[in-house]
Each structure stands twice: as structure tokens, then as C-alpha cells.
Design a protein around this ligand. Structure first.
Ligand SMILES: C[S@@+](CC[C@H](N)C(=O)[O-])C[C@H]1O[C@@H](n2cnc3c(N)ncnc32)[C@H](O)[C@@H]1O
Length: 276
């Protein structure tokens, strides 16, 4: 059996242990939403007590609904653009490149802080067309390392809230300018969620800080020139939410009378460049 890999993370990088763990737990459910066996194997490789971050199985749908929704959208992009570049920003330990198994003409980059990438290297294998980029999203020189030919997908799941609004908007604008055509698939917390961050167990346990809150796609459209909205859904409207357990579905129904609660977690998808 492979030796366990030790983990020493704090702040925003540590939060990806929670998303990994919840995906790993989901993989063992009788009715998984994501069913990510890679997450299960990766979590088992880590020498880490996941109970330290205060996350339990009942919260798994909060992550797996989102990840499964972005898998669907990313697959759709890959089907239309079999020759493209995918930049998976704030990848954490997510195994999307293995789940989606893109074709030979796709260049795929997983980008995260160096300590996260170092952990990935010890746990996941490599594959053709796949590269790891250790970098902070806000130091955008990493973008210059990626050839800017052909359409590009920026997939940024669970990272926008760790950036300030100015950092996030600058990054999205730079991406759009550099690649000229493609999509941004990115999720947001609402402003209310950002304001109430002291109540988030994960934020408290990791010592991370949340900044950028968005209440509607218009907030993003106003800041990032050249993009157009394809679709925006909340956790409760995502197609993958149908698989959530009863308690979540009841919360979804109740949230219809409380729009600020309904929009706490939002998944956005934008296009840029020529309309095809
Ligand atoms: C909540 S985790 C999400 C991980 C993964 N996307 C998922 O859904 O499982 C947030 C991730 O964003 C990364 N992150 C936050 N701020 C970042 C930054 N400025 N540059 C690079 N990565 C960042 C963290 O290191 C962490 O891996």
C-alpha cells in the first residue's frame, strides 16, 4: 500500500480539504450526486484528520451539486471545442481532468497555490496534455505561460470568494483579453454570505477570509467587459440539485420565499468572443 502523504495547510489552501472530503463521502453514498472515485482514493492517501475542519457528510450536497453542475457545463464546452485550452483555477484536489477525460487536442492546466500543487503531485498521476501550474491567481504572470491560441475555458470553482472584487474582475478581464474566445464558468457567494462569514465553520477552522460577493450576473457583467451571460443558477436551481436529499429539497422550496437566501450560492457561465 502507498505511504500516506502528510498535509500541512492553513487558510484558503486548507479549504480544499473540505471539498475533497465531501466528494469522497459522497462517493460512498447509496445515491451519490457526483460519485467521484478519484476523490475517495485521494482522501484515503492523505494523512489528515478530516474531522479537524468540522465538516460532516450531511453537507456533501453543498459541494457535489456544484461540482457535478460544472462537470456538465465543462463537458458541453469540450464537446463543442474538442481543440481548446482549459484552465482550472483553484483546482485544489479536484479530479475533474480525470473525471472528464478530455480528448487528445485539449490542453488542460490545473492552477493553485504551490503548496496545493505539491500535494496534488504526490497523490494524482499525470496524463498527456495535462500540466500543473503552481501560482497565486492574483499574480497573473502564470497566464503568460499558457499559449493563447484557440478557445479557452476558465473554470473557477470555489475560488472567487477568496479574491477581492478588484482582483477577481482584473483576472477575468485579463483572461478574456488574452484568449479572445471561450467561456468563464465560475461560482459566487452572495454579499450576504460574505457578510455572514463568521458563521461559517470552515472559515473559522481554517482562518480563511472571504471577500468577493456577487448578488447577480449584472455585478460581473458591469466589471468584466466583453462577456455575455449564458446561464446563472443558484444551488437550488442547478440541474444536479434534483439528486439532493429531501432536507435540501425542502430548504430549496422554502428559499423561494426568501430570495436573499436562495441566491447565497450561485453558479455562473459566461461566453466571450465571436458568437458561434
Ligand atoms: C474551497 S477550495 C475549492 C477547491 C476545488 N476547486 C474544489 O471545488 O474542490 C478553494 C481553492 O482555491 C484556492 N485558492 C484560493 N485563493 C487562491 C489564489 N489567490 N490563487 C490560487 N489558488 C487559490 C485554494 O488554495 C483552494 O485550493
Amino acid at each position: 500500500m502507498d505511504q500516506k502523504v502528510s498535509v500541512d495547510l492553513s487558510g484558503a489552501p486548507q479549504t480544499m480539504l473540505a471539498t475533497l472530503y465531501l466528494k469522497a463521502l459522497d462517493a460512498d453514498f447509496a445515491r451519490p450526486i457526483l460519485g467521484d472515485r478519484y476523490a475517495k482514493e485521494a482522501a484515503a492517501r492523505l494523512d489528515y484528520d478530516f474531522t479537524d475542519i468540522g465538516i460532516t457528510a450531511k453537507w456533501a450536497p453543498l459541494i457535489t451539486v456544484r461540482t457535478a453542475q460544472y462537470d456538465i457545463w465543462a463537458r458541453q464546452f469540450l464537446a463543442v471545442h474538442p481543440r481548446c485550452t482549459v484552465i482550472h483555477l483553484g483546482c485544489g484536489m479536484d479530479s475533474r481532468v480525470f473525471r472528464l477525460d478530455p480528448g487528445p487536442d485539449v490542453r488542460w492546466y490545473d492552477v493553485d497555490y504551490p503548496e496545493v500543487i505539491a500535494l496534488r503531485q504526490q497523490v494524482f498521476g499525470s496524463r498527456p496534455g495535462y500540466q500543473l501550474l503552481p501560482a497565486s491567481a492574483t499574480d497573473m504572470s502564470w497566464l503568460d505561460q499558457i499559449p493563447a491560441d484557440g478557445p479557452a475555458l476558465l473554470l473557477a470553482e470555489g475560488i472567487s470568494m477568496y479574491l477581492t472584487a478588484d482582483e477577481g474582475a482584473a483576472l477575468l478581464s485579463r483572461f478574456v483579453d488574452r484568449f479572445g474566445s471561450g467561456e468563464l464558468q465560475i461560482d459566487f457567494y452572495s454579499r450576504l454570505a460574505i457578510r455572514s462569514q463568521k458563521g461559517h465553520t470552515l472559515v473559522r477552522r481554517t482562518g480563511s477570509k472571504l471577500f468577493w460577493g456577487v448578488d447577480s450576473p449584472q455585478d460581473v457583467l458591469d466589471r468584466v467587459p466583453g462577456i455575455r451571460l449564458l446561464i446563472a443558477v443558484t444551488l437550488f436551481d442547478a440541474s444536479t440539485f434534483r439528486g439532493a436529499p429531501r432536507g435540501f429539497r425542502m430548504a430549496g422550496r422554502l428559499s423561494r420565499i426568501a430570495p436573499p437566501l436562495r441566491r447565497t450560492l450561485q453558479y455562473h457561465r459566461y461566453a466571450f468572443g465571436p458568437v458561434s
